[in-house]
Design a binder for this molecule. Structure first.
Ligand code: NAG
Length: 640
């Protein structure tokens, strides 16, 4: 009971926080001339270590007091930590060469550490008015790549730090409101070895920069870079951080300020997605016509022939094409290996499939956009928990279909096996992040909230679903199961489980692998993935492909008088998960610079979770479709 209160509080808290701060498009904020515009800093991320760090873990200028922004559960789970910063931005006031804080004297160890972090490609993520900074480089703005690096390695091997930020805010003005709205946020990182002196006009002896070419900032100057390590650096480094702020008028409206981030910079990407859809559609159409042909032969021609007296020649032909009819007393014989696991996997597979599709639909409709930080993760968790009912119900129905009596074990496994597995893997990964002092480590409170959601919503719903599933009648089957199993003739090599999985898995993988590339890139290289419309289309094509590939292979198998189709219908499309895992490994080897034990473990952990989920989804779709198919063709012939 108490845990349910925690869950409710957590849910209410999530909703409240999300509403109050980050609901997109709800309220546009206006800033008056000169009003303070807060600049927030998020965790530092690295595509090399995949371990986020707190911004102030590095020797950057700190505000007088560091405060954390209110965050929701999803943000915690994603390792985000948003804090205030000492940058002072006043609306529509241009400033150049502002010293951020007194120069920081780095110890040798600090300089080396900073240099290592530069090598590991640590990236800063700043936020103004909930808009993430896009990196402005000399000729273009990279909106699809988030954030900007903390430094760079010079050709001679020295490390330079980007210690000057040229901040450009685009602001929109309109007679319909007073003040300015922030519609764009770009940062150009610059490295410059500054010089400073006591400001003679200041009474507190504040410092001011002396090498600043006013008006333009440092860009036009040819000041030396700021070295912190390597042959060019001195033993003792004084690091001064500085910034310019520019406010430029823009015609972009507030409502469309995210468009530029989400379009991924170019429409050429769109054609890649369309190409993917096209190839996947061709696969799907090909398979559909094949299944159509099978159905037509199986049901119409075979039946008409069955009803008429056949010649000897026709009989011989018949045997080859209609071997499936001979196994009618065995086709619904429960699987001999692990029927319970099969039933449980069907339940969990249905739960994960529905979660995926509902989440993708919500995203495609624009409910879960990136302005709404963390929403995707929260939505997925909550939807998963609510779908506990489906898991319980489907496992129970299947267990009953197999004449199983182990209803307690089925229910418990449906409720605990998959979440337990995911939780176990995440726990290991969390410990790794925690040991690395990374913000990826989920705070204790969030962990409790997730567990409470699961225990109080998902688990009871699974029990409820199982209760109804067991109460329901056993599914009526078109043919009776005979007492004695039929002898299975020797099977040709191309119908062996290994070969059918190898071949069958390729097509579902083929429908998604281009989209998979973009998803992997967004996860591991911090790009935006925001083509959920495309993803929805691809998911539908994937479902069709899985269903049909399973049907085709099971039909061939039944024709060869091998009736052990239950697991086959699951494993043939499910084998595509192996290809997904292999592709992830290939992607890691060719595209990523992940190095070291801990980051590798994180990569393997996430790949494992993704592949297992993918296996559950594709396998479940294949099985359910094949079951319907088998049911239909045997129902149509009504052999007795
Ligand atoms: C600030 O600088 C930008 C870019 O140089 C310029 O377009 C704008 O007019 C300036 N704003 C003010 C208030 O001076």
């Amino acid at each position: 009971m108490r845990c349910c209160l925690v869950a409710l509080a957590a849910l209410a808290g999530l909703a409240g926080v999300a509403d109050a701060i980050y609901l997109p498009g709800a309220v546009a904020e206006q800033f008056q001339q000169g009003a303070e515009v807060p600049l927030m800093v998020n965790s530092l991320t690295s595509t090399v270590t995949q371990m986020s760090l707190r911004n102030y873990d590095l020797p950057f200028c700190r505000p007088a007091t560091i405060t954390d922004a209110a965050e929701n559960l999803g943000m915690h789970l994603q390792g985000e930590l948003i804090q205030n910063s000492p940058y002072r931005l006043n609306m529509n006031v241009n400033r150049t060469c502002q010293l951020l804080c007194d120069p920081i004297t780095l110890t040798e160890a600090q300089a080396d550490d900073l240099s290592l972090k530069v090598e590991q490609l640590y990236t800063q993520h700043w936020i103004v008015d909930n808009l993430p900074a896009a990196a402005l480089s000399i000729d273009k703005v990279e909106y699809s790549q988030l954030g900007f690096p903390i430094g760079a390695i010079a050709p001679d091997g020295s490390t330079v730090i980007y210690n000057h930020a040229r901040i450009v805010l685009s602001v929109h003005q309109d007679p319909s409101f007073e003040g300015f709205r922030v519609v764009g946020f770009e940062v150009e990182p610059v490295t410059v070895a500054q010089t400073w002196e006591k400001d003679p006009t200041s009474e507190e002896g504040e410092l001011k920069l002396t090498n600043c070419p006013l008006e333009t900032g440092y860009l036009a100057s040819d000041a030396a870079p700021m070295y912190v390590a390597g042959p060019m650096s001195r033993k003792k480094v004084d690091l001064a951080f500085s910034y310019d702020t520019f406010f430029v008028q823009s015609d972009v409206r507030w409502a469309s300020r995210w468009d530029i981030y989400l379009s991924m910079g170019s429409s050429s990407m769109d054609s890649v997605h369309w190409f993917n859809i096209l190839t996947s559609s061709i696969i799907a159409v090909f398979l559909t016509s094949m299944v159509g042909l099978i159905m037509w032969r199986a049901i119409h021609r075979d039946i008409s022939r069955y009803n008429r007296v056949a010649t000897d020649e026709e009989k011989a032909e018949d045997r080859e094409e209609s071997g499936w009819k001979l196994v009618h007393t065995d086709v619904f014989r429960p699987p001999s290996t692990a029927p319970l696991a099969f039933a449980v996997m069907t339940g969990v597979g249905a739960q994960v499939s529905f979660m995926a599709i509902v989440t993708i639909i919500f995203s495609a409709l624009g409910f879960l956009n990136p302005a709404n930080r963390g929403s995707l993760v929260i939505a997925a968790i909550v939807i998963f928990c609510l779908l506990g009912f489906v898991a319980g119900y489907a496992s129970a129905r299947n267990h009953k279909l197999f004449d199983g009596k182990l209803w307690q074990r089925t229910t418990l496994l449906s409720a605990f096996a998959f979440p337990g597995f995911v939780g176990g893997v995440l726990l290991v990964m969390n410990s790794i992040s925690w040991a690395g002092n990374s913000t990826n480590a989920v705070p204790f409170g969030s962990l409790v909230a997730v567990i409470a959601l699961w225990l109080c919503i998902s688990v009871p719903l699974t029990f409820l679903g199982a209760y109804y599933g067991f109460k329901a009648e056993k599914l009526p089957l078109p043919t009776r199961v005979g007492t004695y199993p039929r002898v299975i003739p020797a099977q040709p090599w191309f119908l062996s489980p290994a070969f059918t999985m190898l071949v069958g898995g390729i097509l579902p993988f083929g429908t998604i692998f281009i989209e998979l590339f973009f998803i992997l890139t967004s996860i591991w290289l911090d790009r935006y993935y925001y083509v959920f419309g495309f993803l929805l289309l691809v998911a539908l094509l994937l479902a069709i492909t899985c269903a049909e590939i399973a049907i085709v292979f099971v039909y061939f198998q039944l024709c060869a008088e091998d009736y052990r189709w239950w697991w086959r219908s699951w494993l043939v499309p499910g084998a595509s998960a192996i290809y997904v895992a292999l592709y992830s490994a290939f992607y890691c080897a060719t595209r990523l610079q992940i190095a070291g034990f801990a980051p590798m473990m994180l990569y393997i952990g996430y790949t494992l979770l993704a592949s297992v989920s993918f296996f559950l989804v594709t396998g479940c779709i294949g099985y359910l479709a094949t079951f319907t198919f088998v049911w239909r063709i045997y129902d149509a012939v009504k052999v007795d």
